[in-house]
Design a protein around this ligand. Structure first.
Ligand code: COS
Length: 385
C-alpha cells in the first residue's frame, strides 16, 4: 500500500529499518532471555537523529509529529517489540513537555531529548490507579520555592534508565481528578529511587520498575501547565501516544507474518511446501489484510492528530484495533509454524508474548472501548442539539 510518504518520511522509515535489522534483530533473543536494556541501540538511534523526528524544529527537532514517531516505532518493533519501548516511552515522556511545557521548560529539555542525549518516562500508574487513572495517591506539596513529592508509581517503562520523568501527583486531594498536577523530575533528584526490575512475560528488553518518591524536592518551575492540569495533561498525552502502541502492534505482527511466510515456503509436508495448501494460504491472506487495515488506521490517526483533526476517539480505535490484530496474527503465525512456532528456540512465541502487552498498557482495550463509546455518545448528542 502506498501511504504517500514524503521523501523525509521515507528516509526516516528506511533508517529505522536499517537500525532494526543491523542493531536490534541480532540482540533481540539475548535481551528477551536476560531482560537486558539495550542502551547502545538508543545511542545509535540518537546519532541517527531518530529522537528528533517528533520534536519541534525550534528545539532541535525535525518538526515531525506522531506520524514520524509511529514510522520509527513500527520498524523497530518489526525486529523487537521490547527494545522499541526505550524509544516509544521517551515519546510518552516528551509529549507532556511539547504540549504543555512553557518556553523555559522546552528550551531546557527538548534539545537534549532531540539529541538522544537523555531519555524520558511517564509516571502515572500506581497500585490503586491503573484504569482508574484519576485515583492517583502520590502527592505534591508546595514548600517555599519547591514542591515536595511523595508516593510510589508502578510499572513505569524506562524507570531507572530514563533521565527525566513526568510524574502525575495530587496537589489538592479534595478536588479529585481536577486536583492532579504534572511535574518534571530529573533522575539525580534526592528522594527519587526505583524498585526492583519487574520480571515480565514479554517486552523483556524494556525496563519496568517502580518510581519511588520520598520527600523528593523539585523546583516549583518544574510544574507543567499549572496546578490542577495534571489529569488533562495525562489524557492528552495518552491521546498522542496510543497510536504509537498501535504502530508497535503493527510492527510486531508484520515481523510475525514475515516469519510465517518464510516458514510456509520452506516447510515441506505431504511432499509439498505447506504454502501450497489453501488452509495455510487463507491464514496468510487474512493476516496480511488485518495488518494492512491496522496500519492504515494507525497512519490515518497519527496524521490527523498531527494536523489537529483527531480526538482521543481515533487514538483509542487505532490502539484497540491494532493490538487485537497483533494478538491474532502472532497466534496464527505460531499456528502455521506448528511445533517450531511453539518452541522458545524460535522467535515466533516471543512475538506473541510481546504483542500481549499492547492490549493492556496505555489503557486496557476495555478502557479504549469506553473512550470510543463516550465520544460516540457525545457526538450523537451534539449533532442533535
Ligand atoms: N483530553 C482532555 N481532557 C480529558 C480527556 C482527554 N482525552 N479525557 C478526559 N478529560 C477530562 C474530562 O473532560 C474531564 O474534565 P472536567 O473535569 O473539566 O469535566 C476530566 O478530564 C475527567 O474526565 P472523566 O470524567 O472522563 O474521567 P474518568 O475518571 O471517568 O476517567 C478514563 C476516564 C477511564 C478514560 C481514564 O481514567 C483513562 O484513560 N484511564 C486509563 C488510563 C491509562 O491509560 N492508564 C495506563 C497507564 S499510562 S501508560
Amino acid at each position: 500500500m502506498d501511504y504517500f510518504l514524503t521523501e523525509e518520511q521515507q528516509m526516516i522509515k528506511d533508517l529505522a529499518r536499517q537500525i532494526a535489522e543491523e542493531k536490534v534483530a541480532p540482540i533481540a533473543a539475548e535481551c528477551d532471555e536476560t531482560g537486558r536494556f539495550p542502551r547502545e541501540v538508543f545511542q545509535t538511534m540518537g546519532k541517527a537523529d531518530l529522537f528528533r523526528v517528533f520534536v519541534p524544529e525550534e528545539y532541535g527537532g525535525l518538526g515531525g509529529g506522531v506520524f514520524e514517531l509511529c514510522l520509527v516505532i513500527e520498524e523497530i518493533s518489526r525486529a523487537c517489540g521490547g527494545t522499541v519501548l526505550g524509544y516509544a516511552a521517551t515519546g510518552l515522556g516528551v509529549f507532556p513537555i511539547i504540549l504543555y511545557g512553557n518556553a523555559e521548560q522546552k528550551e531546557k529539555y527538548l534539545p537534549r531529548l532531540a539529541d538522544g542525549e537523555i531519555i524520558g518516562a511517564f509516571a502515572l500508574t500506581e497500585a490503586e490507579a491503573g484504569s482508574d487513572a484519576g485515583n492517583v495517591q502520590a502527592k505534591a506539596e508546595l514548600d517555599g520555592d519547591e514542591y515536595v513529592l511523595n508516593g510510589t508509581k508502578q510499572w513505569i517503562t524506562n524507570a531507572g534508565e530514563a533521565d527525566l520523568y513526568v510524574v502525575i501527583a495530587t496537589t489538592d486531594r479534595k478536588k479529585g481528578v481536577r486536583g492532579l498536577s504534572a511535574f518534571i523530575v530529573e533522575k539525580d533528584t534526592p528522594g527519587l529511587s526505583f524498585g526492583k526490575e519487574e520480571d515480565k512475560m514479554g517486552v523483556r528488553a524494556s525496563a519496568t520498575r517502580e518510581v519511588i518518591l520520598q520527600d523528593c524536592r523539585i523546583p516549583k518551575e518544574n510544574l507543567l501547565g499549572g496546578e490542577g492540569k495534571g489529569f488533562r495533561i495525562a489524557m492528552r498525552t495518552l491521546d498522542m501516544a496510543r497510536p504509537g502502541v498501535g504502530a508497535q502492534a503493527v510492527g510486531i505482527a508484520q515481523g510475525a507474518l514475515e516469519m510465517a511466510l518464510q516458514y510456509a515456503r520452506e516447510r515441506v509436508q505431504f511432499g509439498k511446501a505447506i504454502s501450497s495448501f489453501q488452509g495455510v494460504q487463507f491464514m496468510l491472506a487474512d493476516m496480511a489484510t488485518q495488518i494492512e487495515a491496522a496500519r492504515a488506521l494507525v497512519y490515518a490517526t497519527a496524521r490527523a492528530l498531527d494536523s489537529g483533526r483527531a480526538s482521543g476517539k481515533e487514538s483509542a480505535m487505532a490502539k484497540l484495533f491494532a493490538s487485537d490484530m497483533a494478538m491474532q496474527v502472532t497466534s496464527d503465525a505460531i499456528q502455521i509454524m506448528g511445533g517450531y512456532g511453539y518452541m522458545r528456540e524460535y522467535p515466533a512465541e516471543k512475538r506473541l508474548r510481546d504483542a500481549k502487552v499492547t492490549q493492556i498498557y496505555e489503557g486496557t482495550n476495555q478502557i479504549q472501548r469506553l473512550v470510543i463509546a463516550n465520544h460516540l455518545l457525545k457526538e450523537w448528542a451534539a449533532e442533535r442539539k
